[in-house]
Every structure is written in structure tokens, then in C-alpha cells.
Design a protein around this ligand. Structure first.
Ligand code: RB5
Length: 160
């Protein structure tokens, strides 16, 4: 049986640009279908929310199964991406969180900090993130439903 390649979207500001280039190459060599949503060049004046937004919107729209955003620390990217309902983004600089975040929390966007993590560890982390699957355990589904309700209630409160 031929397995369809998982679609992955990647994005980075200047703080994560170099690592994004390396991770994109690595993932393509592993057979993933990678779409790069920028930055196209290393531009010290660019802003991480623009790339976090592009990746989050793409994942939210179902254009890709998973997203990866890289900035200097991973923190700004995760703050921005988590504003999008249905996007579950987190910074993970260790292997346990990279797979457990998917298995328990259905994390669909991984954020990395180029200034924090080395290239080889980053490759291990993205591989674990992309290979992991949500366990669909009853308690995990219940917790995700609570998060979904938070998003719904906040959005309703905002339009009132
Ligand atoms: C950019 O200099 C840097 O602030 C940004 O990449 C990121 O680390 C924010 O969290």
C-alpha cells in the first residue's frame, strides 16, 4: 500500500530562517510534502506573527495536517499561532513533549527556537512530532472538548 505523503507547512521569521531551510530539506528528504510559507529571505525587519499567521491559517483551513513555525525562541510563534481557534501550537525543545503533545493534546503546530535548539535535536523533534498520532483516549478527547468550548465561549463573548 502506498501511503500518501503528509502535508506540512513551515514558516519562520529572521530568527528562525536558517533552521527552517534545513528542516524543510530534511523533511523533503523523508518524503513529506512541505510547503514553505516564508520568509523567503533572511530579513531582520520581518515579524514572526506574519509567518505564524500564515501557518496557523493553513492548518486551520485543512491545507496541511501539521505546521512548524520557527522564530528565535519559539515563544512568539506559539503565542501568535495559538490565537487561531483549532490551532494547538506549542514550543517543544525536548523529544518527550514533541510526541506526547500530539498523543495527548492533539498538537498540530510545533514551534521551535533557532537560538535555543541545535540542528540535530531539531530534526529529531520534528520527526517525532510528525510521526506521532493523537491517541483519542477518552480523557484526552474530554480535555480537548473543554478547550474547544473555551474557544467558542470567547468568540461568542467577543461578538456580543
Ligand atoms: C526576533 O528577533 C525574535 O524576537 C523572534 O524571532 C522570536 O524569538 C520571538 O519570540
Amino acid at each position: 500500500m502506498v501511503r500518501e505523503a503528509m502535508k506540512v507547512v513551515v514558516g519562520a521569521d529572521h530568527g528562525g530562517f536558517r533552521l527552517k531551510e534545513k528542516i524543510s530539506l530534511f523533511l523533503r528528504s523523508k518524503g513529506y510534502e512541505v510547503t514553505d510559507l516564508g520568509a523567503r529571505h533572511e530579513n531582520p525587519s520581518d515579524d514572526y506573527p506574519d509567518f505564524a499567521r500564515a501557518v496557523a491559517e493553513s492548518v486551520r483551513a485543512g491545507e496541511a495536517a501539521r505546521g512548524i513555525i520557527i522564530c528565535g525562541s519559539g515563544v512568539g510563534a506559539s503565542i501568535a499561532a495559538s490565537k487561531f481557534p483549532g490551532v494547538r501550537a506549542a514550543v517543544c525543545h525536548d523529544s518527550y513533549s514533541a510526541h506526547q503533545g500530539v498523543e495527548h493534546d492533539d498538537m498540530n503546530v510545533l514551534c521551535l527556537g533557532e537560538r535555543v535548539v541545535g540542528e540535530e535535536l531539531a530534526k529529531e523533534i520534528v520527526a517525532l512530532f510528525l510521526e506521532a498520532r493523537f491517541s483519542a483516549g477518552e480523557r484526552h478527547v474530554r480535555r480537548l472538548e473543554k478547550i474547544r468550548r473555551i474557544e467558542e465561549e470567547i468568540m461568542e463573548a467577543d461578538v456580543l
